[in-house]
Design a protein around this ligand. Structure first.
Ligand SMILES: Cc1ncc(COP(=O)(O)O)c(C=O)c1O
Length: 366
């Protein structure tokens, strides 16, 4: 299976399994900005590559101050990491919670980080009937946690693509002993400033927010993320982090992309148009699409079509297209898949392939 290491976007596994397609993969399995990295990223590589003869700044001062200015928070409340994934792992190691409430389906790293530290997990299954949105029941469960417990939530959540509703967020903030909020995809949300809890996290002992820079700026290969929490918590976690975990080029790239205002505006404008268009086209194929606030969609294949997400993934991979089989997420079924929203002609190609697949019918063993 393509998700051998737990994630989409794994071209090496795809090539081991399916061979390398002529013309390369069209990748819907990882949720990257299809515009590719902004121009400034190329400039950093060109102009600064010789500087890798030096160690990077161990305190990541340049990028932290720029993030602090961008978001209006103190640099002491920011820790930069080798991707948000590193910071999620580090936080669980540092926090050593006694138990954790985990809304599911959700990003696999929350569960993995908790299991590595043998933290007992209380799963809270988000239901299809409630649109996979957490509600008062989640807040009630959070208030039942012990004082050293924590709650993990994606905001917006992956793979469902939904923001946590404001009322639930307020309830959770009151009831959770410690709320760990993953805002890895929130830059794609036009009203990001209003819905992000980054500024609150900078001053709270009971809230931490993770942000990724790899999705919005399409730089997953360089690894870059940051977290915001109370300065005391940040200092504790920094002491646990391996030295130089954020390389020199990543630090420079992080500083440069924060100035990419036009790129950011263009990305949000593209998504506002493309997501509803794609959702409608998928619905015309009888795919049940979960409403999304971000750049990916959770889809459910029609029950009477015979296709499972795994069979469809194999079929599409044979045609050079990668799709995420979402059946492995707790709470989802063998008919669930996740796909990135890409550029119009790429989306059209996928739609044509889906149409052909459905017309042919599922393979006998699907
Ligand atoms: C919800 C979510 N959070 C965090 C991450 C990790 O992002 P990064 O590339 O910054 O480590 C991912 C990556 O897929 C993700 O989907």
């Amino acid at each position: 299976m393509l998700e051998r290491y737990g994630h989409g976007g794994d071209w090496t596994t795809a090539e081991e399994r399916y061979g390398r397609p002529e013309g390369g993969w069209l990748d819907f399995s990882a949720n990257m900005n299809p515009a590719g990295p902004p121009e400034s990223v190329g400039r950093i590589f060109r102009d600064h590559w010789r500087e890798i003869v030096r160690y990077p700044d161990p305190a990541v001062r340049g990028l932290r101050s720029k993030l602090a200015r961008t978001y209006g928070i103190s640099p002491d409340s920011i820790l930069v990491g080798n991707g948000a994934a590193e910071l999620i792992d580090l936080t669980v190691r540092g926090l050593r919670p006694q138990e954790a409430l985990l809304a599911q389906p959700s990003f696999k790293e929350y569960e993995d980080a908790l299991r590595k530290e043998a933290v007992p997990i209380k799963p809270h299954l988000l239901s299809a009937e409630e649109g996979y949105l957490p509600g008062s029941a989640a807040a009630a469960e959070a208030s039942g946690l012990s004082r050293d417990g924590c709650v993990f939530l994606g905001h917006p959540n992956n793979p469902t693509g939904r923001l946590v509703p404001r009322r639930t967020m307020d309830e959770l903030r009151r009831s959770a002993p410690m709320l760990l909020l993953d805002e890895a995809f929130i830059d794609f949300v036009p009203q990001e400033e209003d819905v992000s809890l980054l500024r609150e996290a900078a001053e709270s002992e009971r809230l931490a927010v993770f942000r990724s820079m790899t999705k919005f700026y399409a730089i997953p290969g360089i690894r870059l993320g940051f977290m915001v929490a109370h300065p005391r918590r940040i200092a504790e976690l920094k002491a646990l982090q391996p030295p130089w975990s954020v390389n020199f080029l990543a630090q420079r790239i992080g500083e440069a992309v924060l100035d990419e205002r036009e790129y950011a505006a263009r990305t949000r404008a593209w998504l506002q148009e493309e997501r509803p268009w794609l959702t409608d086209r998928l619905s015309e194929l009888n795919i049940n699409v979960c409403p999304s606030d971000v750049n990916y969609l959770l889809g459910e294949l029609p029950a009477d079509g015979g296709w499972t997400a795994r069979a469809l993934q194999d079929y599409l991979a044979g045609r050079g297209i990668l799709l995420r089989d979402a059946s492995l997420f707790p709470g989802l079924t063998e008919r669930h898949f996740r796909m990135a929203v890409r550029l119009r002609e790429e989306n059209e190609r996928l739609l044509r392939e889906l149409e052909q697949a459905f017309a042919k019918g599922a393979p006998a063993h699907a």
